[in-house]
Write a protein that binds this ligand. Structure first.
Ligand SMILES: Cc1ncc(COP(=O)(O)O)c(C=O)c1O
Length: 430
């Protein structure tokens, strides 16, 4: 049996460095919110495969649904020989997505593809080309995804040129000094100085920025954005790829503000670990493109669709929105207690919506971001048996993405390790 260390050496020879790594832990098996490495070590998983297994690793319903589908048929291609499970999943997503009814849904495989297709339908519907996105936003690694993404290193550097007619404006980030009003003003300034609103097809926003640092878009801001879109005939695309499927304590992040989008992009938590993405949007918008303009060979995956049905059932039956709120409270309470500890002068901010929680690490009371402490903490946490993920424009945010099926006891155990690791990491970087 190869150790994680040996595998890591092999990986460095075989896999390009551009495929980053948050840990050097090589997974052998996983169950609910725990992962066991090739070395036989057990880890508590606070990453959930980057917000994918909201329903836990190897959820029995997901496993059973996939096994059953595999026995029936694997791939026939929905555009060639359609099947009921796709249509039923579209119906289910149409009924719950935060868009005005009637809605329609198309399926694809990855989040970036969902974003690509959302832009396609928005352009086809409006006959306009401009797209507005936000600083710190992340929308994927395809060319349009990169163009929309508001962070240069590592996502854009060296990969241009990007598709034209994409404009990046300031995300309302209170902690870093940008108010909702300033953000709205930056859009109005764009309309005045750079691009006429009549040329803008859509504005795309994450209700809570994921890679950008778990900054919550103020609800009043989302309402202003909706009004601005309505005033100018612009579509609002909500990128719910990281916020969706109970993560924020509601099925979708937009629900907290009551704002309906015209199109939503969905992926990650949708299929419990199998690759599946969707866009759900207003039927008139979704129908704007010609037959054949949307889709793809693997734009529908029978096993992933079976998994998605099981995920939607599990979220409802196991009340995972409620669980997200309960687990988020455990995490935030503990982080706030740590923030109060006077000898740990390294926590700039604690925030969260449901179980989408984050802690921002700083060098001192002055608030200068500390990516060094963040990296050290992740390493120490790994040594102590906890998997953490970082994010944020300054690389100084730890995001908590525990599977929503984790028990209170496991999350508390994880937070104990978190606390010990933070104290140790502070000493190491001192
Ligand atoms: C908000 C958001 N949009 C888009 C994407 C891209 O999704 P994928 O990595 O499946 O292409 C991500 C992935 O992290 C995301 O968080």
């Amino acid at each position: 049996m190869a150790s994680s260390a040996e595998l890591h050496q092999r990986r460095e020879r075989a896999v390009p460095r551009g495929v980053g790594h948050a840990t050097a832990i090589y997974a052998k098996r996983a169950k609910n919110a725990e992962i066991w490495s090739e070395d036989g070590k057990r880890y508590i998983d606070f990453a959930a495969g980057i917000a994918v297994v909201n329903t836990g690793h190897q959820h029995p319903k997901v496993v059973a649904a996939v096994e059953e589908q595999l026995k029936a048929f694997s791939h026939v291609c929905f555009q060639v020989t359609p099947y009921e499970s796709y249509v039923r999943l579209a119906e289910r997503l149409n009924a719950i997505a935060p868009v005005a009814a009637p809605a329609k849904t198309m399926l694809i495989s990855t989040g970036a593809e969902a974003v690509e297709n959302a832009v396609k339908v928005a352009r086809a519907y409006t006959g306009r080309s401009g797209i507005i996105s936000f600083s710190g936003g992340f929308h994927g690694r395809t060319h349009m995804g990169m163009a929309l993404t508001g962070k240069v290193v590592p996502y854009k550097k060296g990969f241009g040129p990007f598709p034209a007619d994409v404009y990046n404006v300031a995300f309302p980030n209170i902690y870093h000094g940008v108010s909702s009003e300033q953000s709205v003003d930056s859009i109005k300034a764009l309309f005045k100085y750079t691009a006429d609103p009549s040329s803008i097809a859509a504005i795309i926003i994450e209700p809570v920025q994921g890679e950008g640092g778990f900054y919550i878009a103020p609800f009043d801001f989302l309402r202003s954005l909706r009004a601005l879109c309505d005033e100018h005939g612009i579509l609002l695309i909500a990128d719910e790829i990281q916020t969706g499927f109970a993560r924020t304590g509601k099925m979708f992040g937009m629900e907290h503000s009551g704002v309906k989008a015209d199109v939503v992009t969905l992926a990650k938590g949708l299929a419990g670990g199998l690759p599946l993405a969707a866009i759900t949007g207003r039927a008139d918008v979704m129908d704007a493109s010609s037959p054949g303009g949307l889709g793809g060979t693997y734009a529908s995956k029978t096993k992933a669709i079976a998994a998605a049905h099981a995920v939607l059932d599990a979220i409802e039956e196991e009340q995972l929105c409620e669980r997200a709120n309960a687990l988020g409270k455990i995490i935030l309470d503990r982080c706030n207690q740590l923030k109060m500890r006077s000898n740990l002068n390294c926590i700039g901010d604690v925030r969260g919506l449901g179980a989408m929680c984050a802690i921002e690490l700083v060098k001192d009371a002055g608030g200068e971001p500390s990516p060094q402490l963040t990296q050290a903490l992740m390493k120490v946490a790994n040594e102590n048996g906890l998997i953490l993920l970082s994010c944020g424009t300054y690389g100084n945010v730890i995001r908590f993405l525990v599977p929503l099926t984790a028990s209170d006891a496991l999350v508390r155990e994880g937070m104990d390790i978190f606390e010990t690791s933070l104290t140790e990491a502070v000493t190491r970087v001192a």
